[in-house]
Write a protein that binds this ligand. Structure first.
Ligand SMILES: [Zn+2]
Length: 319
């Protein structure tokens, strides 16, 4: 019987690895540096060497492993093909096929985009536990999204499914987003966006604000902390960001109607203060839903481990 599954979350600086039991207990966890030399050709061989060591230490046999899931920080085609992954230097790669061969050819492997597998991890053992329809929102340097419907990742025809960071929300925005567009959610609700938004207000206005003492070192955490203390410009900034995010979640509800939104990433450390503000706007913009039909908005609970959980869960998708 297959009693274990393995999650391999490949990042730009380290690869996080975990061995799980079939029902989601993390037995062993370690990291391998991402050797990016020569187009990242050593990354998967390094992972395979370490994985073999950890499996033999735990006396886990090949036939006891349901599979190995791999998360990649970039677009992954539905068949697992990676055309290009800038963060790793990869071009035209089949990570699942390659790792399967490196591990001896018999253990099934699958591959997914890191934001999507993190969403699957939060569904399995994190903030979305007990729900099969959810959207995970990662508020970090950018705004990532992973949509799970009926327990499965929804990537759509071109992998853009769930990419809420680039939904256009602000018509009057004059600066460009990283995607080449203008007025994207990411420009106002990511950590970078929140800081930028606060700085714009500070330069436009003369009123006193504690935010001014931070100068160029201002972080999204500072903006939230000052907002909690009642600083007016900070408060207006986070209200503005959460309003746009609330509008987008309300829009997602009209398309996919998830049961729960799971909010993760560094910005989510603002906790209940952020959740309450976000719920207020989400509720305002979903008048069509009765109170009991509105989605719950929760915090992610797995932090940086969401990826390895989701990668492992990827191998149980075809139960
Ligand atoms: Zn964009």
């Amino acid at each position: 019987m297959n009693q274990y599954c393995v999650g391999i979350d490949v990042g730009g600086t380290t690869v996080k690895c975990g061995i799980f039991t079939y029902n989601g207990l993390l037995l062993d966890k370690w990291e391998v540096p991402s050797r990016k030399a020569e187009n990242g050709r050593y990354i998967l061989p390094d992972v395979a060497d370490e994985l073999k060591k950890h499996l033999s230490e735990k006396t886990i046999e090949e036939e006891d492993i349901a599979g190995i899931g791999i998360g990649v920080p970039g677009p992954v085609e539905p068949n697992g093909y990676v055309h290009i992954c800038v963060n790793l230097g990869w071009e035209d790669r089949w990570p699942a096929k390659e790792l399967r061969e490196l591990m001896g050819g018999r253990i099934p492997c699958a591959c997914g985009n890191d934001a999507n597998v993190a969403a699957l991890g939060e569904m399995w053992q994190g903030g979305g536990r007990g729900h099969e329809n959810l959207l995970m929102v990662t508020l970090g340097t950018g705004v990532g999204g992973g949509l799970i419907m009926n327990g499965r990742i929804v990537t759509g025809a071109h992998g853009a499914g769930g990419e809420i960071g680039h939904i256009h929300v602000r018509e009057e925005e004059e600066e460009s987003c990283n995607c080449g567009g203008r007025g994207c959610l990411e420009q106002v609700a990511s950590a970078t966006g929140i800081v930028h938004e606060a700085q714009r207000r500070l330069s436009r206005r003369k009123d006193h604000s504690k935010l001014r003492v931070y100068g160029k070192a201002l972080s999204a955490k500072d903006v939230f902390d000052c907002a909690k203390e009642g600083d007016i410009i900070a408060r207006e900034t986070v209200e503005c960001s959460m309003r746009y995010l609330g509008i987008v979640l309300a829009q997602v509800s009209m398309i996919a109607d998830p049961e729960v939104y799971v909010i993760g990433g560094g910005v989510s450390k603002a906790g209940n203060f952020l959740l309450e503000m976000l719920r207020k706007y989400y509720e305002e913009y979903t008048p069509i839903l009765k109170p009991e039909q509105k989605a719950e908005i929760m915090l992610a609970t797995l932090g940086n481990d969401a990826g390895i959980y989701g990668c492992a869960r990827l191998m149980l998708e075809n139960d």
